[in-house]
Design a protein around this ligand. Structure first.
Ligand code: GLN
Length: 485
């Protein structure tokens, strides 16, 4: 029986003829079918994946050298365009919409011979923290089916967690890769803003959105990041700095890093006591091992979630105005009285509750009379956040923090209380607000049997240090009760 450990290990098995791409893809298709109850996939590209696998087997047998992602089985979130495949952002408004082109990030993976096995469930338009706001229904956490997988990229996280693919792509606007990775016990990486192309990523909040990566093996995550970190003229917000080589990760295990943490984050009233204790004992251990670990004052902490929700909903209200039923998506059967009525019917029927709430909130914060009170203030918080990050990274390599204040929520827990749900984003939104990269590393296990992660953030554009630190932490600081997957 094939069990996936790493891309390098898989390629060795292919070269030794102990497995073939076809047999591996068949194995994944069987597992996907057996785990239908998790609801991780929106669509599985069964025939296509099998055909691609057969082509790759032939290519290999003919002696052609293996490309970097030869036969690597990857799933994508339902917000990433793939030409001639449906993409809907898990929304009724885009039901049956087919992509006209392929997202650049995805194209880079396909160019290296990856096999795309399907697209994954998520919160509608990537708005949510539980994957319960999906037009396709909720996704279940594979470790405990009474718990959420996190969101919004819940399906992509579960696809990796439950071994339904090797790696997957999600998107992270305020934590949607790191938070589900934390809840599912896997690695979730959000690159710096501008590191990866957003061309072909359905927009939620354009100045926050980034494609992110889920995996169980850090080297594999680094390889995908390296492959996708190429300039794309189709995204004018991409960084113009030449990307550093991110793969292979050159181990820096003897290096002593300069870490800092925010007492306001670790002592926040919303944090679970056991998460706090375990993070504190990890920071003590890092100190004992000769790393620097200093407290740094971060009094913006209680402003960042409100700033995030003001700015992202403002951007969403603009981005989602294109879904009017004229050019895209759902058209109501109701006979409209006039044009406004036509838009109203299409959008009322097409969007779900959370998306409507955010469009209204975003429209409100941008409206005359309220703009200065909300939008301008939130922009100021953002500017203060960026300035704070610049001063921190002049002295430190990384900030460490929990990823989420609690472990995976019980399904339905915060159904009636969106504010409570928004506040749980307290540790993840900072990276998006300030454009820095962040990763959630599956280092811990809670006594409630659910996993949780440590979040590490480095300076904008410094994915290299982020990977070096992640390697050190995963190799030397994973609690013994966590399976070394
Ligand atoms: N939970 C956050 C939100 O609901 C994150 C969303 C995201 O990163 N796409 O906005």
């Amino acid at each position: 029986m094939f069990s996936f450990e790493s891309i390098t290990g898989y390629h060795q098995q292919l070269n030794n003829n102990t497995v073939s791409c076809s047999s591996v893809v068949k194995g994944y298709l069987v597992r996907i079918e057996a785990n239908r109850n998790l609801n991780a996939f929106v669509e599985v590209y069964e025939q296509e994946a099998l055909q691609k696998a057969a082509e790759l087997d032939k290519k290999r047998e003919s002696g052609a050298p293996l490309k970097k992602l030869h036969g690597v089985v990857i799933a994508i979130k339902d917000v990433i365009c793939y030409k001639d495949h449906k993409v809907s952002a898990a929304s009724a408004i885009l039901k049956d919409f087919t992509s006209l082109y392929t997202a650049t990030t995805l194209q880079f993976l396909i160019d290296e011979d990856a096999i795309i096995i399907g697209n994954c469930n998520c919160d509608e338009f990537a708005m949510g923290s539980t994957n319960e706001n999906s037009g396709y229904g909720k996704v279940l956490n594979a470790l405990d089916n009474t718990k959420v997988p996190g969101g919004s990229s819940g399906g992509s996280a579960v696809a990796v967690q439950a071994n339904l693919c090797m790696l997957s792509l999600g998107s992270d606007t305020g934590g949607s890769v790191r938070q589900p990775a934390d809840f599912c016990g896997i690695i979730g990486l959000k690159p710096s803003y501008g590191q990866l192309s957003r061309y072909g990523l359905l927009a939620y909040a354009s100045s926050f959105d980034q494609v992110g990566i889920f995996g169980k093996n850090l080297d594999d995550v680094a390889l995908l990041l390296d492959i996708m970190s190429k300039h794309d003229p189709m995204d004018s917000t991409m960084s113009l700095q030449p990307a550093s080589r991110l793969y292979p990760i050159r181990s820096q295990r003897d290096k002593k890093f300069r870490f800092c943490y925010f007492p306001q984050a670790v002592d926040h009233p919303s944090i679970d006591m056991e998460i706090k204790e375990k993070i504190n004992s990890l920071t003590n251990q890092l100190k004992n091992d000769g790393h620097t670990i200093d407290p740094v004052n971060f009094d913006l902490i209680d402003f960042i979630v409100p700033a995030y929700y003001v700015l992202t909903t403002a951007e969403a209200s603009s981005n989602l105005s294109r879904y009017d039923g004229v050019r895209f998506g759902h058209q109501s059967e109701k006979k409209p009285a006039d044009l406004e009525d036509f838009y109203l019917n299409n959008r009322t029927e097409g969007f779900g509750l959370e998306v409507k709430r955010r469009i209204m909130l975003g429209t409100f914060v941008l409206s005359t009379g309220y703009y200065d009170a909300y939008y301008s203030k939130a922009q100021k918080i953002r500017a203060l956040g960026v300035a704070k990050m610049n001063s921190i990274f002049a002295d430190y390599d990384a900030i460490v923090m929990p990823t989420v204040p609690e472990t995976a929520f019980t399904l339905g827990k915060n159904d009636k209380d969106p504010i409570a749900m928004y506040l749980a984003d307290i540790y993840t939104v900072l990276a998006n607000l300030t454009g820095i990269p962040g990763i959630s590393l599956p280092l811990f296990s809670h006594s409630n049997n659910m996993p949780f992660g440590l979040q590490v953030m480095t300076n904008r554009g410094n994915e290299l240090t982020l990977l070096h630190i992640s390697e050190t932490l995963l190799k030397g600081y994973r609690s013994s009760e966590v399976n070394n997957q």
